[in-house]
Design a protein around this ligand. Sequence first.
Ligand code: HXC
Length: 262
Amino acid sequence: AGKSYEYIKVSTPRTGVGMIELHRPKALNALFTPLMLELNAAFKAFDKDPSIGAMVLTGSHKAFAAGADIKEMSTKTFAEAYGDDFIESWSELPNTVKKPVISAVNGHALGGGCELAMMCDILYCSEKANFGQPEVKLGIIPGAGGSQRLTRAIGKSKAMELILTGKTFSGQNAYDWGLAARVFETAEQCVDAALETAETIAGYSHIAVKACKEVVNKSQDLGVREGVEFERRVFHGLFGSEDQTIGMTAFAEKKKAQWTHR
Ligand code: HXC
């Protein structure tokens, strides 16, 4: 925080919470390289900042992000896309940070915008949010994880239908199908709730929170047995933290834990 950016706004609206707002209003927050570089930098800065425990990523009421920048992509050749590994640096963005990121999605979340929202650890949205993977209409396919994350979240048949037709779906649909953790009537309520959840998370031991994120994410890559084994190893590791002693002692003494985050 404190740093100024051109295409995003960063702030710390609540204790322990870093907020990033996508801010390229002229293009409905279309994701292009300069914006993604700033987003990367802001995520990394909050991740390193010991006063921050969780992050919220949002856009405007009109658009979370209307996709990757079609004008930037339109002249790209295969050699450029493949040779420079186009979007490799941002296809895993919120997963490259250890602290949790909550997306608060209002308005359009299309193509790369939908993918960015799905990369976040928790997704909140408003009823009228407009999600979709419309890449097929442009003669391409989702390129930042959409075909994988949407399919895992809502099942193959629905994801296939959406990706093949490019049809959009509402925030209410996203909630009903299990893509969103919560849905809200208004954009304000959505952002407030995301900040509140982030504040709750930031109030816990940052060590424990990072470990929670890591083990839940592992469930997306491993089978149940390997996943449970991985979880147990990380669980064992937490007994090496100061915060494990602090948390358990505070419980026994009926006091509030004073975390050291070590
Ligand atoms: C570049 C975009 C853009 C985009 C909107 N704009 N989306 N520019 N890339 N993805 C620009 C418009 O060109 C326009 O600029 C301004 O933002 C306002 O948009 P309008 O279209 O005038 O607004 P509206 O009529 O309200 O329609 C909103 C919309 C529409 C339905 C969201 O903009 C739209 O369909 N956008 C494209 C959505 C899309 O196809 N996304 C997927 C992209 S592919 P001017 O200069 O005319 O005012 C993708 C691939 C991901 O994301 C692969 C890996 C990341």
